[in-house]
Ligand binder design. Structure first.
Ligand SMILES: Cc1cc2nc3c(=O)[nH]c(=O)nc-3n(C[C@H](O)[C@H](O)[C@H](O)COP(=O)(O)OP(=O)(O)OC[C@H]3O[C@@H](n4cnc5c(N)ncnc54)[C@H](O)[C@@H]3O)c2cc1C
Length: 375
C-alpha cells in the first residue's frame, strides 16, 4: 500500500503518451505499467499485429488469428484507438484525426514502418477484418500453381521459403535486383546459407534483375498466367505475385511538427538516450528511430526499455541510460522447419534457428507480454 501511494505521489501530474502499439509500443506500455507510471497508448488499429508471423499467416490456413492481439483487453482504459495526425510540442499535446487532443508530459513515438501486404497489414481496419484478409490470401495462394515473390531482402526470402514449405508442389520464383539475398547487415555466410536453403527447397532464383512492369501487375490475387517482364529481357508467367519491397517509415504523425528532427527516410534523429533531437521529454523507439542498425522487433523492445527507464530516471533525478547498438542478432525463419541466422555476430546452426524461431515465430512471447491466452 505504502509503495503504491509513494509511486502515485512521485508520478503526480505525469502522463506518458505512447504513439503506436507495435513491438516497441507494447513493450513501452508494459514497461510503464510495471513502473506504475500513468500512460496512454494510442494506435490507429484495435490490435497489436505480430507482423513477424504475417508471412506464415498468408500461407497456412487458420494461422492468422494468432497474429493479432487486441489492445483493449490488455491496456483497458489506458488504450485509445485513433490516428495521431499532429504532435503539438508547444502545448505538449497529440492531436488525433477525430479532433481528440491528448496531453502529455512525456511522449514515446513508436509509429514504426509500413510496407506491402502480406508482410505488413497496411489498412486501418478491425482485427477481424485483418484476419479475414490473411485467410483470403491463403485462398489465393491455394488457387495458384505458381507464385512470384518480388524482392529478396529478408522478407522476400522468408516469404518464398514459407510458400515452398507449405506447398512444395507449387512453382515459386524469387526475383531480386541484387545478387546477394537477405539483409546486408547479415554475415555473408548467413546470406549464402539462406540462398542454399531456398535452392534446397526448390525455389527458383532470378538474381540481379528487376521487374519492369510492376505498376501494371495486380498483387496478391491469383490471375493465371500473368506475364511479368524483367530488365534483363526475360518474360515469365506466374499465377500469383507478392511484393516484398518498399518499407517506409510512418512519419505522418510527427513530420510537420518535428520536421527539423527528421532523417532522410522520415525516421527521428535521437541521441544515445533515445531522446528526439532537441527534446528531453520526447523519445523515439523502434523502426521510426534513426539508429544505425537493422530495423527489428527485437531492437524495438530494447529501445522501449531504455526510453521507459529514462523517463523513470528523469522523474527521480537519476542519470539517464544509454542505448548501445551491439553485434547483429538476426534469425530468418525459412518455413516452419528450417532457419538461418546469427547471434551476436556468430552464425548459428540451422536446426537451432528452426527450433528457437521458425516453429512458432515467437508468437507465444507477444501473447505473454500482452497477458492474454494464445488461441
Ligand atoms: C515480414 C516481416 C518479418 C519480420 N521479421 C522479423 C524478425 O523475425 N525479427 C525481428 O526482430 N524483426 C522482424 N521484422 C521487423 C519488425 O517487424 C519491425 O522492426 C517491428 O515491427 C518494429 O516495431 P515498431 O514498434 O517500431 O513498429 P511497427 O511494428 O511498425 O508498429 C507501429 C504501430 O504504430 C501504429 N501507427 C503508425 N502510425 C500511427 C499513427 N499516426 N497514429 C496511431 N498509430 C500509428 C501502427 O498501427 C502500428 O501498430 C519483420 C518485419 C517484417 C515486415
Amino acid at each position: 500500500m505504502g509503495g503504491q501511494s509513494s509511486s502515485i505521489d512521485r508520478f503526480q501530474g505525469v502522463r506518458v503518451v505512447v504513439v503506436g502499439g507495435g513491438f516497441g509500443g507494447i513493450a513501452a506500455a508494459q514497461g510503464l505499467k510495471s513502473e506504475g507510471i500513468p500512460f496512454t497508448l494510442i494506435d490507429m488499429r484495435d490490435a497489436f499485429h505480430h507482423n513477424v508471423a504475417s508471412l506464415r499467416a498468408s500461407v497456412q490456413p487458420g494461422f492468422a488469428q494468432s497474429t493479432f492481439i487486441p489492445f483493449a483487453e490488455t491496456f483497458k482504459d489506458s488504450f485509445v484507438q485513433g490516428r495521431v495526425e499532429q504532435v503539438d510540442v508547444d502545448r505538449q499535446t497529440v492531436i488525433l484525426r477525430d479532433g481528440q487532443e491528448i496531453q502529455y508530459t512525456h511522449l514515446i513515438l513508436c509509429t514504426g514502418t509500413d510496407g506491402p501486404f502480406p508482410g505488413k497489414f497496411n489498412t486501418e481496419a478491425s482485427f477481424q477484418t485483418a484476419i479475414q484478409a490473411y485467410d483470403d490470401m491463403v485462398t489465393q495462394m491455394q488457387a495458384a500453381d505458381s507464385v512470384l515473390v518480388i524482392g529478396g531482402g529478408s522478407t522476400g526470402v522468408e516469404m518464398a521459403a514459407e510458400i515452398k514449405t507449405e506447398y512444395p508442389q507449387k512453382k515459386v520464383v524469387l526475383v531480386h535486383s541484387r545478387i546477394a539475398l537477405a539483409d546486408s547487415e547479415l554475415l555473408p555466410s548467413v546470406r549464402q546459407q539462406a540462398k542454399e536453403v531456398l535452392l534446397e527447397k526448390g525455389v527458383e532464383l532470378l538474381l540481379g534483375q528487376k521487374v519492369t512492369n510492376l505498376s501494371q501487375l495486380q498483387l496478391n490475387v491469383t490471375r493465371k498466367n500473368t506475364e511479368v517482364t524483367t530488365d534483363k529481357g526475360l518474360t515469365l508467367t506466374t499465377d500469383l505475385i507478392i511484393c516484398c519491397t518498399g518499407v517506409r517509415v510512418n512519419s505522418a504523425a510527427y513530420a510537420s511538427n518535428l520536421a527539423d528532427c527528421l532523417a532522410d527516410d522520415g525516421a527521428l534523429k535521437v541521441n544515445e538516450h533515445l531522446q528526439v533531437q532537441g527534446f528531453s521529454n520526447i523519445f523515439a523507439v523502434g523502426d521510426c528511430a534513426n539508429i544505425a542498425e537493422p530495423k527489428m522487433a527485437y531492437h524495438a523492445g530494447l529501445h522501449a526499455a531504455v526510453a521507459v527507464s529514462n523517463i523513470s530516471n528523469s522523474l527521480s533525478g537519476k542519470p539517464l541510460t544509454s542505448y548501445r547498438t551491439g553485434s547483429v542478432t538476426m534469425l530468418l525463419a525459412m518455413g516452419r522447419d528450417d532457419g538461418v541466422g546469427q547471434f551476436n555476430g556468430l552464425r548459428l546452426p540451422r536446426c537451432l534457428v528452426a527450433l528457437g524461431k521458425s516453429r512458432d515465430l515467437l508468437l507465444w512471447k507477444s501473447w505473454r507480454e500482452m497477458e492474454q491466452k494464445q488461441p
